[in-house]
Design a protein around this ligand. Structure first.
Ligand SMILES: [Zn+2]
Length: 383
């Protein structure tokens, strides 16, 4: 299969500040191995991307050390503290493609209202991490039977649904554009569907892990299955897939969140949230195609033309194989089986619950602007 280079609208590249977890160099190499030619990086770095200098740093580092396109996302609020708006005009001028305090919701409704108001002027979305953090305090995993059995504090679906509902109302009020990050609940899908019917400007994403793994992965206290929002239930997965198929959910984005082995080698309650997702995304998503839950054209659209549509002009014509478009191309074998081995990861983050898992569908080559940036050597003559 030959398709446009994949586009990830939600990745954590960790640089500056957390280079032990990932760098722009390792993260973009991981992306290339995963078939991605464009990644949008989240601003929860240290310092956070809440000013022009920080955004310039990402762009120049990506140009010299990265192997694919990196498009930065700027903060909503100064220091991601949710108290005072960042200089959104300055960030827009520096070339951010969205605004987000990802990892933190803007719990202050007035700040979110202002953010939606200002971002409208720049034609950029506000990417919303939907979590009522007062309700989720101390939460470790999805709230339900499994959390009760394991004795872990739960994160109810309602914590997501509440903020999705609030921010859809604020998008309606302001006419601003809300982009719902990592949708995980049946309720959120329904809220987004209704909002779209009403003409509210909303787009939404879902991650590969929330489409393919349930809360049961946490049994055994695997810290690599600890992610926020948490892995939910089969019922939520069915709703998410239906949402993709009826275009309630526009795109698939990885929420690639690398951590060091040390970070995750601890008691479940102390482990940070996050899954390293760039290198397993296509393989795990192809599982949905093989199970006939998604068609191959739908899957490819959700990873290429649809995120390109959200990027608009900022993407520079990516997401298509049209004449004149950047020569960003991914070649993959939809039927090639392989076993996830994190020793092969280019990412510094080996934190995946898929270690040792057999996936069917593998990236063979990734071409960025006409240059081969990844070529699969490992599976020559693979079974
Ligand atoms: Zn988030």
């Amino acid at each position: 299969m030959v398709c446009p280079g994949l586009i990830d609208l939600h990745s954590h590249l960790r640089q500056p500040g957390y280079e032990e977890k990932e760098t722009i160099s390792s993260g973009t190499r991981a992306a290339a191995r995963g078939g991605f030619t464009t990644v949008c990086c989240m601003p929860n770095t240290n310092p956070p991307l809440d000013n022009q200098t920080a955004v310039e740093y990402i762009k120049s580092t990506a140009a010299t050390e990265g192997v694919i396109r990196v498009l930065p996302i700027g903060c909503i609020s100064k220091g991601r503290k949710g108290k005072e708006l960042a200089e959104m005009g300055e960030l827009a001028a520096a070339g951010v493609i969205a605004f987000s305090d990802d990892g933190e919701p803007a719990l202050n409704s007035y700040i979110m209202r202002q953010a939606l108001d200002y971002s409208r002027a720049f034609g950029l979305p506000v990417t919303d991490h939907c979590e009522d953090t007062i309700l989720t305090e101390g939460g470790q995993m999805n709230e339900g039977v499994v959390s009760a059995k394991l004795g872990l504090r739960g994160i109810p679906n309602a914590a997501e649904d509440i903020i999705v509902a609030r921010d859809l109302a604020l998008a309606q009020l302001t006419g601003g554009w809300i982009h719902i990050a990592h949708t995980t609940t049946e309720g959120a899908v329904e809220l987004i569907r209704r909002a779209k019917e009403k003409g509210i400007k909303v787009t939404a994403e879902v991650t590969p892990h929330h489409l393919t793994l349930t809360e049961e992965r946490v049994i055994g206290y695997d810290t690599n299955a600890k992610v926020n929002p948490p892995l939910r239930t089969e019922r939520d997965i069915e709703a998410l897939i239906q949402g993709l198929n009826d275009n309630t959910i526009d795109i698939i984005a990885t929420d690639h969140a690398p951590h060091t082995e040390g970070d995750k080698l601890c008691e479940f309650a102390l482990a940070p949230f996050g899954i390293s997702g760039l290198e397993t995304a296509l393989g795990s998503l192809m599982g949905l195609v093989h199970k006939k839950k998604l068609s191959l054209p739908t899957l490819i659209a959700k990873l290429t033309s649809e995120p390109a549509r959200i990027l608009g002009g900022k993407g520079g014509g990516v997401g298509t194989l049209a004449v004149g478009a950047p020569a960003d191309i991914t070649v993959f074998d939809p039927d090639l089986e392989w076993v996830v081995d994190t020793k092969d990861f280019a990412s510094k983050g080996k934190n995946t619950p898929l270690e040792g898992e057999k996936l069917k569908g593998r990236v063979i080559a990734t071409i960025y602007q006409g240059k081969i940036v990844y070529k699969d050597e490992a599976t020559k003559g693979a079974k």
